[in-house]
Design a protein around this ligand. Structure first.
Ligand SMILES: [Zn+2]
Length: 90
């Protein structure tokens, strides 16, 4: 993948930027002129990703986190349904 910066043809390493652009961006952020979030919003940087796990790693980890929550919510609904049923004497 090429660096996100149009005028730059280096290979992207971090956040869609090559090492040189990444260091330039980091320097600007350190000076307090912007943040990674702002650069992301104007497409001058990608979201940080874990180098070795590749693209879908975060989404995968997030789903892993989410699924027990969803299951818990469903269980609660199920419990409530049963309570209502027992109240109605079913
Ligand atoms: Zn670059």
């Amino acid at each position: 993948m090429k660096c996100l910066i149009d005028e730059c043809n280096n290979v992207a390493k971090t956040r869609g930027l090559c090492l040189i652009c990444y260091q330039a961006a980091s320097a600007i952020i350190k000076r307090g002129n912007t943040t990674w979030k702002k650069l992301e919003s104007v497409e001058l940087a990608n979201e940080a990703q874990h180098k070795s796990s590749g693209h879908g790693a975060f989404a995968k980890a997030f789903r892993k986190q989410l699924s027990p929550l969803v299951r818990d919510m469903m269980d609660e609904d199920e419990i409530e349904k049963r309570n209502l049923e027992s109240e109605r004497g079913i």
